[in-house]
Design a protein. Sequence first.
Length: 284
Amino acid sequence: MKKLGIFKYEYVGERAIQSGFTELDKITFGWKKGELIVIGGRPAMGKTALAISLVRNIAILNRTPIAYFSLEMSTVQFMNRFLSNVSNVEINHAELYSEKEQALLDDAEKIIEDAPIFLDDTPALSIQELRTKASRLVREHQVKLIIIDYLQLMNTSGMSYSNREEEVSVITRSLKALAMELNIPIIAFSQLNRGKESREGIEGKRPQLSDLRESRTIEQDADMICFIHRPEYYKIYQDEKENDLHGMAEIIVAKNRNGKTGNTLLKFSSQFARFDNIADNIIH
């Protein structure tokens, strides 16, 4: 009993990584060491924007070292979005900025350069490559969180499987094992199936666990599963609590092995690839 009590104290008292989104952190109590967190969303829901916003909140505002594996975007593409996110200046490729906008971009660049962010844009990253790189980053740079954008672009490097679901099963199981081995949380973003597109009504458009692509294995291996849902995308502009949903995104915590589930709203600014906490007049 004494030994169990010590473990309980250490678990409850450990420092979880906060997302920086107040209402979301009230649901999750942060991301704990050894957890695999999967965040799913359909195209155009803002998966990469949320990933970048998490990097801003955790690495820039809280100074927590992060490793970000960008399988979909190059370093240049990532930096353009990240600069926009941090500066609140829309990146235009004509590079015609006002003096104020240019100053904001210059300041954002300095802030990003000074932040403990380690970016890797290796395409089609294998689980073996990830393990090698992540282990080195944790050992040499004390990285406390890994973000992968996104799960379905990973592979197992030369190993053959009867179907893609079997390969994803190996990937998710390996990610969970890596999180436990390195004793840090790993966040993997994930695509969703198109099944919910045909469902009707407000509730019908909300993602479900079964919408995860190769869902059976992901649902089993992940400690926490969250979804990004933008009702405005489906021309739904008000929820059942009469909240105005223009420019809003719902973050749904659909599974939480070590805590509670629930949902909350965040402000979404697509032009800045940015998620933010919202005003206090929103009804939760």
